[in-house]
Design a protein. Structure first.
Length: 132
């Protein structure tokens, strides 16, 4: 994908897929909660979107550090593990009798990531303008 479109568009595509998958999961949880194949399809679509985001985000995060890429990668891994542990802890409090809570969580996560992505691209645009 990166050979056809740039990193920003790849990240935007992955985030849009995760948001659509969250909406799809919400639709399923409200109208068809007893169809496990559709639930698996929605989760698969969500994970497909996150897999599109993963590679370019790692590349982009490490591009900023010319000399200390190892240390930057270690800090990134630490932050990932912290996020995973926090997600597991918060997830243990979710109501597991319905999928609505999970669907709303997926939509919120995709929305928060989209807002962060939009702010980072605006920030980079101002930095690039100042360099010129």
């Amino acid at each position: 994908i990166l050979k056809r479109i740039d990193i920003n568009r790849t990240l935007a595509l992955g985030l849009k897929i995760t948001f659509v998958a969250g909406l799809f999961m919400l639709f399923i949880s409200l109208f068809m909660p007893t169809y496990p194949l559709l639930i698996a399809l929605a989760m698969g679509l969500y994970f497909f979107g996150t897999s599109i985001v993963w590679g370019p985000s790692v590349s982009r995060a490490l591009q900023r550090f010319e000399e200390d890429r190892g240390a930057a990668s270690a800090v990134r891994s630490f932050l990932n593990m912290t996020a995973f542990a926090t997600g597991g802890f918060v997830g243990s409090f979710l109501d597991d009798s319905t999928l609505v809570v999970l669907a709303l969580l997926l939509i919120m996560m995709a929305g928060i990531c989209w807002l962060i992505f939009q702010n980072l691209t605006k920030f980079e645009a101002t930095i690039n303008v100042k360099k010129i």
